[in-house]
Design a protein around this ligand. Structure first.
Ligand code: TNX
Length: 544
C-alpha cells in the first residue's frame, strides 16, 4: 500500500471528491472523435519523419514547424527508413475515415510512434495541424527551447463538417503587405481554415495590378487602377473624423506579389478567393478610369465637396458602374479574365453588395454579365447575398450571406441550385467590438458587443430557415477594414473569435460545447503568444 502514497486508513471510498474531469487537450477546432490513453510519446534525437505516398509536403511542413523550437534534426525519410520510433505520415486511398476522403485523417500516438494517415495532402496537413496543437506550446517559438517534447497518447479520427472554412480580409480600405498577409495566413492555418478570401477592390482603393491588354480598342489605361487607386485608402468618416487610429494604409499587389500570396496560402492549405466588387463599391475604379464615368455612374459629390468621384470616406453604397456604358462591360470582361488567370482555385467573387445607387434593372444587367463571364472563364462565381436576386448560373453559383433573412438566398438554392457560404454579420463580423475595452469597431451587428460566446453559439444548418446542411458550403469570418490598420490590430479584433468560426466550420454541432470551447481557447493562449498572434484577452476566458 505504501507505494500508492496513502495508508489504508486514509483511503475512504465514499467521501473522496469526484475525480477532476479529464483535462481537455487544447484542440481547436475540436476533432470529431478523440480517445486518450495514459502517457505520452517523448521525442528524442533519433526521431525521423517518414513520408509515404503524396505526404512529402506535409512532412516538410511539420519538420519546418518543429525544427527551430525542438532543435531536433527531424530528417525526412522513405517508409521504414527513419528508425524504430518515427513520425509516419502516409497519404494513400483508404486511409481517411470513409466518406471523408478529401480532408479527413487519422492520428495515432502510442509508445511505438506517431502515425498520421490521410487520403490526400490536404487531409495530411489537417492532421499535422492537430499534431501541432498536441505538442507543447513552445513549438510555436522560433528559438530552441529546452523542455521535454512529448505528445499525449491519442487516437483521433477527424474530418470537417463543411468544405469551406474561410477568412475574408479587406485589403481595399486599408492595405496589407504581402508579409502581413503571410502573417495572417500563419495565424489562420493552425485552425484548419482552408479559404482566404481577399477583398481586393472597393470605393477606397484598388489593390491588384492589371496589365494593359495587347488589344485595347477602348483605350482604357488599366495601369491607372493601381497608379492612382493603389495609392488611396480609407481615411475619414463622411463627417470628416479619422477612422481608426491612423490613416488607412495604401499600396497594391503586383501580379508577382499576388502569385506569392497564392503560393504561400497553398502551402498552408488555403485556397485564395479573389473578390472584385461590382457594380457598387467601385469608386476606386471610377476614379482611375475616365471611360467608366458616364451619365449613369456614381458617385455624386458628397456634401461639402465639389468634385467627384470622391475617395477615402467610410460611406457605403455611393458608387456604381453605368449599365448603359459599353466600357463597363469591356472593363468587367478584361479584369475578370486577368484575375481568373491569376487564380488556380475554383472560385471568383464578384461582390454585388450594397449597390444602392443602381436601379434593380441595371444591377441585374451588370451582375448577370459578370456571373456569365466568370462561368465562361471556367470558374464558380461567388457573390454577396444581394446578388441572389439575379439570374445566377444553374448549379454553379455560391451565395455568401451576410445580412437579411435569407429569403432570396433560399430562392437561389431552390431554383438555381446555389450553395451558401454563411457570414452572418452578428456571428462572423470580426471588426465589431468584442467588449467595451476594444476602442475601435462597430456595434451594429449584434446590437452591442459581438462576444466570443455569441460567435460560438450558432448552427449553420439552421441559420437560414429552409436551407439545409447539404446546401451550405461553409462558413467565413469577414474582416472589414474601415477601422483597422495593420496586422496587430487585425489580430486583436479577429482573435480569439476566429477560433469560434473555425469550430463552426469543422466540428459537428453535437460536438460543440461552449464551456469546453472556452476552456480550450484559454489553453491556446500561450501558444498564440509564442506564435506572436496579438489576440484580444477576452474577459470570460481563463487565459493560461
Ligand atoms: C457592409 S458586408 C459591407 C462592407 C462594409 C461592412 C462593414 C458587405 C458585403 N458589405 O462594405 O465594410 O458592412 O461596415
Amino acid at each position: 500500500w505504501s507505494t500508492w502514497g496513502y495508508s489504508v486508513s486514509e483511503f475512504r471510498v465514499y467521501d473522496q471528491p469526484l475525480p477532476e474531469p479529464q483535462p481537455q487537450l487544447p484542440l481547436v477546432p475540436a476533432p470529431v472523435s478523440l480517445e486518450r490513453a495514459e502517457g505520452a510519446f517523448v521525442l528524442a534525437d533519433d526521431i525521423g519523419i517518414e513520408a509515404s505516398g503524396d505526404a512529402l509536403d506535409a512532412a516538410e511542413y511539420l519538420a519546418e514547424l518543429m525544427r527551430p523550437s525542438t532543435g531536433l534534426a527531424l530528417p525526412i525519410a522513405a517508409p521504414g527508413e527513419a528508425g524504430e520510433r518515427a513520425i509516419e505520415i502516409s497519404v494513400a486511398p483508404g486511409n481517411a475515415p470513409a466518406g471523408h476522403e478529401a480532408e479527413g485523417y487519422t492520428l495515432d500516438v502510442t509508445a511505438a510512434g506517431i502515425e498520421l494517415a490521410a487520403d490526400t495532402p490536404a487531409g495530411a496537413l489537417n492532421g499535422v495541424q492537430t499534431l501541432r496543437q498536441l505538442l507543447p506550446a513552445w513549438v510555436e517559438s522560433d528559438q530552441v527551447t529546452d523542455i521535454e517534447w512529448s505528445v499525449p497518447f491519442v487516437a483521433i479520427s477527424d474530418y470537417p463538417r463543411f468544405e469551406h472554412r474561410g477568412l475574408m480580409v479587406d485589403t481595399a480600405r486599408s492595405f496589407y503587405t504581402v508579409d502581413e498577409v503571410k502573417r495572417l495566413i500563419d495565424s489562420a492555418a493552425p485552425l484548419k481554415l482552408n479559404r482566404l478570401h481577399l477583398h481586393l477592390t472597393d470605393d477606397q482603393g484598388w489593390r491588384i495590378a492589371m496589365d494593359v491588354p495587347a488589344e485595347n480598342p477602348s483605350g482604357i489605361d488599366y495601369d491607372a487602377l493601381t497608379t492612382i487607386s493603389g495609392a488611396t485608402a480609407m481615411t475619414y468618416s463622411p463627417t470628416g473624423t479619422l477612422m481608426g487610429t491612423e490613416l488607412g494604409h495604401t499600396g497594391f499587389y503586383t501580379k508577382e506579389d499576388y502569385r506569392e500570396i497564392v503560393e504561400y496560402a497553398g502551402e498552408n492549405g488555403m485556397t485564395v478567393i479573389p473578390e472584385i466588387d461590382l457594380p457598387g463599391h467601385t469608386n476606386a475604379a471610377l476614379h482611375a478610369i475616365p471611360q467608366l464615368n458616364s451619365a449613369g455612374s456614381n458617385p455624386k459629390p458628397l456634401p461639402g465637396e465639389t468634385t467627384a468621384p470622391h475617395q477615402g470616406t467610410g460611406q457605403v453604397g455611393i458608387s456604381t458602374f453605368d449599365a448603359d456604358n459599353e466600357h463597363t462591360y469591356t472593363f468587367i470582361t478584361e479584369v475578370l479574365r486577368q484575375v481568373a488567370e491569376l487564380t488556380p482555385g475554383e472560385y471568383l467573387h464578384i461582390g454585388g453588395d450594397e449597390a444602392h445607387t443602381t436601379s434593380h434593372e441595371d444591377y441585374v444587367e451588370m451582375v448577370d454579365f459578370a456571373t456569365a463571364t466568370v462561368a465562361d472563364l471556367g470558374k464558380t462565381v461567388v457573390g454577396w447575398n444581394e446578388y441572389a436576386s439575379t439570374n445566377l448560373p444553374q448549379d454553379a453559383a455560391v451565395v455568401q450571406l451576410w445580412t437579411g433573412n435569407g429569403a432570396s438566398t433560399r430562392d437561389a438554392v431552390d431554383t438555381r441550385g446555389a450553395k451558401v457560404i454563411l457570414s452572418p454579420a452578428n456571428k462572423t463580423y470580426m471588426p465589431q467590438k468584442q467588449d467595451s475595452r476594444q476602442p475601435l469597431g462597430g456595434t451594429w451587428a449584434c446590437g452591442g458587443p459581438c462576444t466570443l460566446e455569441n460567435a460560438y453559439n450558432w448552427n449553420p444548418a439552421t441559420q437560414i430557415p429552409g436551407v439545409a446542411e447539404e446546401s451550405i458550403l461553409g462558413v467565413e469570418a469577414a474582416f472589414w477594414g474601415e477601422f483597422i490598420r495593420g496586422v496587430d490590430q487585425a489580430q486583436f479584433y479577429t482573435f480569439p473569435r476566429l477560433l469560434a468560426t473555425a469550430e463552426a466550420g469543422w466540428t459537428p454541432q453535437d460536438g460543440k460545447v461552449l464551456a469546453e470551447f472556452i476552456d480550450r481557447v484559454g489553453q491556446l493562449g500561450p501558444r498564440m503568444t509564442a506564435q506572436g498572434v496579438n489576440f484580444f484577452p477576452t474577459s470570460t476566458v481563463d487565459w493560461r
